[in-house]
Design a protein around this ligand. Structure first.
Ligand code: ADP
Ligand code: MG
Length: 460
């Protein structure tokens, strides 16, 4: 039957046997080396973050963090106890960014952020003489591509997601923020500029010194890890005394001929805003998972009578079916697949499906999500391989901290990712590798890096 042919074909094209995943992991490790070798050496940019000291748990004092990633931004304040007392208290506030500011001017956006930050500080410090004349220290998580030359500066390369503020491109976002804070009369110093992957790494490392990498599987995907400073040939400056440097991989742009790219992925890429770019991200992140399934269901409907006579408007709308919908259908454990029935009806206007048809939809979700998770695991295996921590050389405990909505909310994805990583490493080596969910890394990570950077500065 036509529908079974479509599914069988999908299953075959999405297959990720261990041999293929090992090739992907090896290619990731090779690209990492090539990207470290010289500027432009790989599609995986391997950017220097200029974070050469990660938090240890001994940091002390009051620090602020600011997290600007998608549609909201978060401000937070942490009081660090020092001597492994860790976070004594924390307060945070989430603020929605008015949509008109996402395409306005740079000074409007940063003005808004600074004024919200000033309000937060005023509320938090009410009735205290907290600042006692000292400048407050702030870490800024900014999850858009920036080119950095120091830990506390970076010029915006381009906007992504829903942002497009032309006059900010090419400017130093730290200087923009600093100016806006001054206008608010807010005495605050930006001690670090990082992205969410670096923040996740720092947030987890603060509690556990065996953390080697921070990875995001959310709307997009990215990874950051700790590299030996003398293993970065492209670095021309003076090597840091710590002997270490956090690398922001920007691994979403990874590509290898071993990646199982199907006709659906190809069409998605061709019709995307950035054709030919971010291929690994298009195969492994939340923004695209639902869209791939939508394309499969559309083909299924056009080539077979499985959904009956339906109006294809919704099914033809790009990005109409979203990853949380896929997750809900995939986790449906009712005997007659009630959730699947509801989602198909509500979102795609496909009503009156048979149980057989709904099972087929679940199978499609499973095929696509499993491929996402297995390719994600291969990426992690690639990092461990590059570090010699895949059990081949170094037998120390190694922790990978992961954050992002896909990992956090799609449990079949996160379980499959972990199982696959164990499968790739083998039983013996898996014992040394821990994958853990790092909650709110991107929020608190910046404040912690601000803490370790400023304490470093004070000592010098
Ligand atoms: P961002 O990456 O924008 O900072 P998050 O880390 O919160 O944001 O990730 C949001 C993404 O996580 C969404 O785009 C979606 O793809 C995915 N996601 C959110 N909720 C769920 C869910 N219930 N099931 C599966 N995926 C989800
Ligand atoms: Mg985020």
């Amino acid at each position: 039957m036509a529908e079974q042919q479509v599914v069988a074909d999908l299953r075959e094209k999405c297959a990720t046997p261990p041999s293929l995943l090992r090739d992907v992991a090896a290619a990731m490790a090779d690209e990492m080396c090539a990207g470290l070798e010289m500027e432009g050496g790989s599609r995986v940019k391997m950017l220097l973050s200029y974070v050469d000291k990660l938090p240890t748990g001994r940091e002390e004092g009051l620090f602020y963090g600011l997290d600007l990633g998608g549609t909201n931004f978060r401000v937070l304040k942490v009081q660090l106890g020092g001597n492994d007392k860790h976070v004594i208290s924390r307060e945070s506030r989430e603020v929605a960014i008015p949509p008109h500011l996402m395409s306005g001017s740079s000074s409007e956006l940063f003005g808004f952020i600074a004024s919200e930050l000033a309000k937060f500080v005023a509320d938090e410090e009410k009735g205290t003489s907290l600042s006692n004349g000292k400048t407050r220290e702030l870490g800024f998580t900014f999850s858009f591509p920036v080119r950095q030359r120091s830990v506390a500066s970076g010029t915006l390369v381009k906007w992504t997601k829903a942002f497009s503020i032309e006059d900010a491109v090419g400017k130093d976002v730290v200087a923009e923020l600093q100016t806006a804070m001054q206008k608010q009369g807010l005495d605050m110093h930006v001690a670090a500029l990082i992205n969410d992957a670096v923040g996740t790494l720092a947030g987890a490392r603060y509690y556990d010194e065996d953390v080697v990498a921070g990875v995001i599987f959310g709307t997009g995907t990215n990874a950051a890890y700790v590299e030996k400073a003398n293993a970065i040939p492209k670095w021309e400056g003076e090597l840091p005394s710590s002997g270490q440097m956090v690398i922001n991989m920007e691994w979403g742009n990874f590509y290898s001929c071993h990646l199982p790219v199907t006709e659906y992925d190809q069409a998605l890429d061709n019709e995307s805003l950035n054709p030919g770019e971010q291929i690994y991200e298009k195969l492994t992140s939340g923004m695209y998972l639902g869209e791939i399934v939508r394309r499969v269901l559309l083909k299924l409907s056009l080539q077979s009578a499985i959904f009956g006579e339906i109006d294809h408007t919704k099914l033809k709308t790009h990005f109409h079916l979203r990853t949380p919908h896929i997750s809900a259908m995939h986790h449906d454990d009712t005997p007659d697949l009630k959730t699947v029935e509801e989602k198909l009806k509500e979102i795609l206007e496909i009503a009156g499906t048979s149980l057989e048809t709904r099972k087929m939809v679940v199978e499609i979700c499973d095929i696509v999500a499993r491929r996402v998770a297995r390719l994600a695991a291969a990426g992690l295996a690639g990092i461990l391989k590059k570090l010699g921590r895949d059990g081949s050389v170094d037998k120390r405990r190694s922790v990978i901290a992961i954050d992002g909505g896909l990992f956090e909310h799609y449990s079949k994805f996160s379980k499959c990712l972990e199982t696959t990583l164990n499968e790739l490493l083998g039983e013996e080596s898996s014992k040394f590798i821990v994958v853990k969910h790092a909650d709110d890394g991107s929020g608190i990570g910046a404040a912690l890096i601000a803490a370790s950077q400023s304490q470093y500065r004070n000592v010098e």
